[in-house]
Design a protein around this ligand. Structure first.
Ligand SMILES: Nc1nc2c(ncn2[C@@H]2O[C@H](COP(=O)(O)OP(=O)(O)OP(=O)(O)O)[C@@H](O)[C@H]2O)c(=O)[nH]1
Ligand SMILES: [Zn+2]
Length: 296
């Protein structure tokens, strides 16, 4: 029995697919209850040519959660970079962008924005203006057109992905799949292989999967827009996940200020002066409320 180290590239129920030494292996865990995420590094023991048992999981560098009805479940492990894909059209939701940024900040993952469909010039200026909220906070923005300038898109994104463990997230219609297909030319084949190994039947594209990039690094694609699980975040983690709060933290009258209604709150003062975007503060309040509702 050979012991190997592998990377989990997909999971469905108790079944997982790991890549070890360039080979895809169908894996199961010993325990019934599992706590394994795509991107996890696992120690496995082969039981046949294409099957293995997962013995243990290596310590994670980072961990992202997805939301599942007031619970946070594992979404992806060991990510170093998160790309939020937005487009000139259809319109994108600031709430979802900000929630994704909070998830990245809390997990210690570098967040970037990609503005796709720059060929739709009619809505380009408006999209750029809306994204100023994020670029002014220091989040890098990369402009591409998967359709009109695919070569340029790859040239922009490749150096950002090389050697990183990345995830692409985006609302439907932003062009996330178009971009991933440019970066992973055989993505369709990989998905079919994974689906067969997981025996997911017709639920072909409903699982989160990791693609290893030919030029080094990996991309995780998560179907649909994953609502990030933020329920596990403490008040301290939440206030630090809003970058613009940084300069004011510690400046409130009360050391345990929640920055909602307290007198002499430095965050509320900055909000009043227009130094913090109102919708971001509103989201902060909402997340604080949501994390207090958690079921466990
Ligand atoms: N004009 C223009 N259209 C694009 C561009 N990139 C993608 N599209 C189109 O936008 C639509 C959505 O693209 P997808 O790649 O399927 O978007 P997605 O974000 O993966 O959306 P879902 O599959 O619904 O999650 C398709 O009709 C694409 O052809 C672009 O750069 N410019
Ligand atoms: Zn305060």
């Amino acid at each position: 029995m050979s012991k190997l180290s592998g990377t989990i590239i997909a999971g469905h129920g108790r079944h997982y697919v790991a890549v070890a030494e360039g080979q895809k292996l169908q894996c199961v865990t010993r325990q019934r209850k599992t706590n394994i995420a795509v991107g996890d590094i696992v120690n496995i023991v082969k039981t046949s040519d294409d099957q293995a048992v997962i013995e243990s999981t290596a310590e994670r560098k980072t961990l992202l959660y997805r939301s599942d009805q007031y619970k946070s479940k594992l979404l992806a492990a060991n990510l170093t970079r998160l790309f939020i894909v937005v487009a000139t059209e259809p319109g994108f939701a600031d709430d979802l962008i900000s929630r994704s940024l909070v998830a990245a900040e809390a997990a210690g993952i570098d967040a970037h924005l990609i503005l796709n469909k720059t060929d739709v010039t009619g809505s380009l200026a408006k999209a750029r203006e809306r994204l100023l909220t994020y670029t002014s906070l220091g989040y890098p923005l990369h402009e591409v057109s998967a359709r009109a300038e695919p070569g340029h898109a790859v040239a922009i994104l490749m150096p950002l992905l090389q050697g990183q463990s990345s995830i692409f997230i985006g609302q439907s219609g932003m062009g996330k799949s178009s971009l991933i297909n440019l970066l992973v030319p055989d993505a369709d084949i990989a998905v079919r292989e994974i689906s067969a190994a997981l025996d997911t039947g017709k639920h072909t594209t409903t699982f989160t999967r990791l693609y290893q990039l030919a030029f080094g690094g990996s991309i995780i694609d998560s179907p649909g827009f994953q609502e990030f699980g933020l329920y596990h975040l403490s008040e301290g983690m939440l206030e630090r996940a809003f970058r613009e709060f940084g300069p004011y933290l510690g400046g409130c009258k009360f050391y345990n200020c929640r920055h909602l209604i307290e007198p002499q709150c430095a965050i509320l003062a900055a909000l009043g002066e227009g130094k913090i975007a109102r919708f971001r503060h509103t989201l902060y309040g909402q997340l604080l409320h949501e994390s207090a509702q958690t079921l466990y």
